[in-house]
Design a protein around this ligand. Structure first.
Ligand code: ADP
Ligand code: MG
Ligand code: ZN
Length: 472
C-alpha cells in the first residue's frame, strides 16, 4: 500500500466507526432532560459490573443508607451527600451509579453536564432546581451528574457567556446541595475524569467530599467483563475468554463491551452460526485500530516495563522512609506505559533528608532494574531522571543538604521546569554553578550505586514480582 491508500483505508475505517456514534448522539440529545429510571426500565445491579470491587464496596454504604434511611437518622449518623466517581472514560462510572440505584431500588435521575450547558443556555439554573425538585418528591433517590467537570470548571478558567452559564449552574448546584439539611434522603453521584478541573467549592465537606476511584480493569476483571458481555451471545467452543483478557491490556470496560458486540456483528457478516474466536480477533484489530489511544505492548516491551516498575516498587518496599507502594501495574495509563502508585505518608510541606534520599532511590529504581535484568536499557526512565535531577538540585541549592553548605542559592528552580534557555536570574557565580552540577551528579551517582546493590541482592524478589506483573 502506498501512503494514499493507507490514508484512504484509515478514512474508511473512521467513517465506518463514526456512524454508530452519531446515533448515540441522537439518543443522548434526549437524555439531557433529566431522565428517570424506575422499575419498568431494565434494572442494573452490581452483578452487571465486573471488577471495581473497591468502588462497589464504597458505594455499598450509600446503597444501605438509601434502603433504610431511618436507621441512619436514628443513630444521628452524618450521611454523605455527594460522591465523586473519578476515572478514565469507559471504566463503568455511569454503570456504577445506575447499579447503586438498582441495588437500593430507588429512582435514578441522570443528567450530563456538558449537554446540559449546551441545551439550556440561560435557564440552566432553573433546570437544576427542577431536577432537584423532581428528585426530592420521590426521595430516597440518586441523582447522577455525568461529566461534572464540564459544568464546574474552576471559575477562573475562562470568560464569556458559557462561563456565566456555568457559574449560575454551579451556584445553583451548591445551593441545592447545601439546602439538603441533615436528614436528606438524596445522594448525588457525579462522574469526572478531571478532578483537578473541579471548582474547589464543590469539594468542601458536605458537598462532594467523598471520592471513589475507578481504574482500568486488570486481567481478572477484564475476563469478568468479557463474561458479562458475552452472556447473551452464542459462543463457539473455541472462544477463550481468558486468552482474550490476557491480550487486551489497557482496554476499558466500554472497549471490551464494544469488542464483544463487534465480534457478534462480524460473525453475522461472515454468516457464522456462532461467534468464533476469529470474529473476536478481527473485531480486536478493528477496535484497537480505531482507538489509537490504546498502546498495546509487545512481549519485549512488556518485560522491560515490568522490570522497570518492579524496580521502583521493590526499592520503595526495601527502603526505610520511602512512601508505601499502593499499586504496581504495567497497564498503560494515559501517556505513561506503566505506573507505580505511591501514597505519600507524611505531610506534603516539610520533608526530611532521609525521605528525600529514599525518594531519589525509588526514582532511580526503574532504570537500575532495567540495567540489572535486561540486556539493554530503555527510554522509560526519562521522567524519573528529570524528577530526580530536580530533586537533587533542590536539596543542594534550596535546602542546604549538599556539599555547598547552608547557603541558599536563588536560581531558575523556582520557575517552571524544563525551560530551554538558561535563566538570567542566577545570583551565583559560574564556579558555584559548576560545583552544583558536580554535586548533583555525585548525589545521583551515590544513590544509583546503592540502588543497584539493593536490587542485585534482591534479584530473586525482583524476578518474582516481574512474573506477577507479566501475568496481569
Ligand atoms: P464511564 O461512565 O466510566 O465512561 P460507562 O459506565 O458509561 O463508563 O461504561 C460504558 C459501558 O461499558 C457500560 O455500559 C458497560 O456496558 C461497559 N462497562 C464498563 N465497565 C464495565 C464493568 N466493570 N463491567 C461490565 N461492563 C462494563
Ligand atoms: Mg459515563
Ligand atoms: Zn519510572
Amino acid at each position: 500500500m502506498n501512503e494514499r491508500t493507507i490514508t484512504l483505508h484509515k478514512l474508511l475505517l473512521w467513517i465506518g466507526r463514526s456512524a454508530p456514534q452519531s446515533q448515540a448522539g441522537i439518543f443522548r440529545f434526549d437524555r439531557s432532560k433529566p431522565r428517570r429510571f424506575t422499575g419498568d426500565l431494565q434494572q442494573v445491579t452490581f452483578e452487571d459490573l465486573a471488577g471495581a470491587d473497591e468502588a462497589k464496596a464504597r458505594l455499598q454504604e450509600v446503597v444501605d443508607f438509601l434502603r433504610s434511611p431511618a436507621k441512619y437518622h436514628k443513630l444521628g449518623a452524618r450521611i454523605p451527600r455527594g460522591v465523586l466517581l473519578v476515572g478514565p472514560p469507559g471504566t463503568g462510572k455511569t454503570l456504577l451509579a445506575r447499579a447503586a440505584a438498582g441495588e437500593a431500588g430507588v429512582p435514578f435521575f441522570s443528567i450530563s453536564a456538558s449537554e446540559f450547558i449546551e441545551m439550556f443556555i440561560g435557564v440552566g439554573d432553573s433546570r437544576v432546581r427542577d431536577l432537584f425538585e423532581q428528585a426530592k418528591a420521590t426521595a430516597p433517590g440518586i441523582i447522577f451528574i455525568d461529566e461534572l467537570d464540564a459544568v464546574v470548571r474552576r471559575r477562573d478558567a475562562g470568560l464569556g457567556a458559557v462561563n456565566n452559564e456555568r457559574e449560575q449552574i454551579l451556584n445553583q448546584l451548591l445551593i441545592e446541595m447545601d439546602g439538603f439539611g441533615e436528614r436528606h434522603e438524596l445522594i448525588i453521584l457525579a462522574a469526572t475524569n478531571r478532578p483537578d478541573m473541579l471548582d474547589p467549592a464543590l469539594l468542601r465537606p458536605g458537598r462532594f467530599d467523598r471520592r471513589v476511584t475507578v481504574g482500568l480493569p486488570d486481567r481478572k476483571d477484564r475476563q469478568g467483563i468479557l463474561q458479562i458481555h458475552t452472556r447473551q451471545l452464542r459462543l463457539a467452543s473455541d472462544v477463550n475468554l481468558g486468552l482474550l483478557a490476557r491480550t487486551t491490556t489497557g482496554l476499558s470496560g466500554a472497549d471490551l463491551a464494544n469488542l464483544c458486540n463487534e465480534a457478534a456483528l462480524t460473525a453475522a457478516r461472515e454468516r457464522h452460526e456462532m461467534v468464533q474466536m476469529v470474529d473476536f480477533e478481527e473485531a480486536l484489530d478493528r477496535t484497537i485500530l480505531g482507538a489509537n489511544r490504546v498502546i498495546l505492548l509487545n512481549d519485549l516491551e512488556r518485560r522491560a516495563a515490568a522490570y522497570h516498575e518492579a524496580g521502583h516498587a521493590l526499592v520503595a518496599w526495601l527502603t526505610p522512609f520511602a512512601d508505601p507502594v499502593h499499586k504496581v501495574t504495567i497497564i498503560p495509563h494515559g501517556r505513561a506505559l506503566a505506573v507505580i502508585e505511591q501514597v505519600p505518608s507524611g505531610n506534603a510541606y516539610n520533608y526530611s533528608r532521609s525521605y528525600l534520599l529514599a525518594r531519589l532511590a525509588v526514582l532511580l529504581g526503574g532504570r537500575a532494574a532495567e540495567e540489572i535484568a535486561l540486556d539493554d536499557i530503555t527510554t522509560g526512565a526519562e521522567n524519573d531522571l528529570v524528577e530526580a535531577t530536580v530533586l537533587a538540585r533542590s536539596m543542594i541549592v534550596r535546602w542546604g543538604m549538599g556539599s555547598l553548605g547552608l547557603m541558599a542559592l536563588r536560581n531558575e528552580e523556582t520557575q517552571p521546569l524544563l525551560r530551554e534557555q538558561p535563566s538570567p536570574r542566577r545570583d551565583y557565580s559560574e564556579e558555584t554553578a559548576a560545583r552544583i552540577d558536580r554535586d548533583i551528579q555525585r548525589i545521583l551517582q551515590d544513590r544509583y550505586q546503592a540502588v543497584i546493590k539493593l536490587l542485585t541482592d534482591a534479584r530473586e524478589h525482583l524476578d518474582q514480582l516481574v512474573q506477577i506483573l507479566l501475568h496481569d
